[in-house]
Design a protein around this ligand. Sequence first.
Ligand code: FAD
Length: 383
Amino acid sequence: MNLELSEEQEAVRRLARAFTDREIAPYAAEWDRAESVDRAIVKSLGDLGFLGLTVPEEYGGSGGDHLSYALVTEELGRGDSAVRGIVSVSLGLVAKTVAAWGTEEQKREWLPRLCSGEALGCFGLTEPGTGSDAASLTTRAVREGDAYVISGSKMFITNGTWADVVLLFARTGGAPGHRGISAFLVPADAPGLTRREVHGKLGLRGQATAELALDGVRVPASAMLGPEGKGFSVAMSALAKGRMSVAAGCVGIAQAALDAAVSYAARREQFGKPIAHHQLVQELIADISVDVDAARLLTWRVADLIDRGQPFATEASTAKLFASEAAVRAAGNALQVHGGYGYIDEYPAGKLLRDARVMTLYEGTSQIQKLLIGRARTGVSAF
Ligand code: FAD
C-alpha cells in the first residue's frame, strides 16, 4: 500500500478541511444544543461533490476513490459527527448501494438527486425488536399484482425525518432468516409511511433520527433493489463498506480530541507552568496520538483494498471496531486533559465523547464486529 496521497487526494482533503473549518466546526456546539444541524449544509455538501464521492460521473456523482471518500469523511467527522453521519448514510449506505445493485432506471431516478443533495437517503434495516440479529426482521412486503404492499416499523433511522427515499428491508418470502428478505427504494412521501423523530439522544444530537411506521405502503414492483430474496446481501454489502466510513468518522473525532487536548495543555497553567510540561498530561496526549495514527492506518487499508478490488470485509470490521473504541478513549483522554472545563459544553471534549459513544453501537456493535472477525479467523460462526 502506498501511503503517499496523490495530488487529487491532497486537493480533496484540503477542500474538505477548509469547508469543515469554515462551515461546520464553528457551529457544531450550537447545532448540538439546538438538536439540529442547519439543513442548508446538505446543499453545500452536494455542491462540493461530497454526497457523490465514488459514484460514477454519468449518474451525477463526483467519481473519486475510496481513500478520497475516507479523507473527506475524516474531515467532516473532525468538525461534527452529526454532519458526517448525514453523508455516511445518504451516500455511503444508500447512493453507493443503488449504484452497485440498481437497475439503470433506479440509478437514473435516484443517483443525480442524491449526489447533488437535492434528495437525501436513509437506510431502514433496524426494527424495534431486531437490531444485531437483523436477519430476523419482521416488516413484510406482500406482492399484489404489479406492486408490493409493505407494513411494519423501523427504529433509529439516521436522516429518517429528512430523507426523500428510504432503502428499506422487508420480508417477501416465507423463508426464515436472511433468505426471505428483499430491499426496496421507498419514496418517503408514500401514503401510509409516517415518521417520528427520536429525541433525547446522548450524542449526534444535531442529526435527524427517526422511527418509521409503514401501514400498507404500496410501491411498484420496480422499486425492488437487487433480486428478490437477496435483500440481506444488499444490506450486508452496504454495511461492510459503510464501516469504513464510520471508522473514518472516528478518526476525525480522535483527531479533534488530539487538537483540543494539545491546544488546551499549552494554555492552561498549573503548578507554575503549562500543563503540557507535566509528564502525565503528556501521557494522555501520547495515548490519543497513538490511537489517531493506528485508527487512520487501519481505515486507509480498507480504502486501499476496496479501490484495488480486494476482499475487505474483515478489515472493515477491524477498522470499525478499533477506531470506534479508540475515538471513545481519545475523547475521554481529551476531557481529562481539560479537567473540570472538559465537563462543560463550552469546550469540545464532552461532545466528542458523546458523539463517539454511538460508533461502538451502530452498523454492528463492537461485540458483533468481534464475532465477524472471530468467524473469519476460526472458520466457526458463533452467532
Ligand atoms: P441489540 O442487538 O439488542 O444488542 C444489545 C446488546 O447485546 C449489545 O451490547 C450487543 O452487542 C449485544 N449482543 C447482541 N447479540 C449478541 C451476540 N450474538 N453476541 C454477543 N453480544 C450480542 N439502524 C438502521 O437500520 N439505520 C440507521 O440509519 C441507524 N442509525 C442509528 C443511529 C443511532 C443514533 C443509533 C443509536 C442506532 C442506529 N441504528 C440504525 C440502529 C443500530 O444499528 C442498532 O442500534 C445496532 O445494530 C444494535 O442493535 P440494538 O440497538 O437492537 O441492540
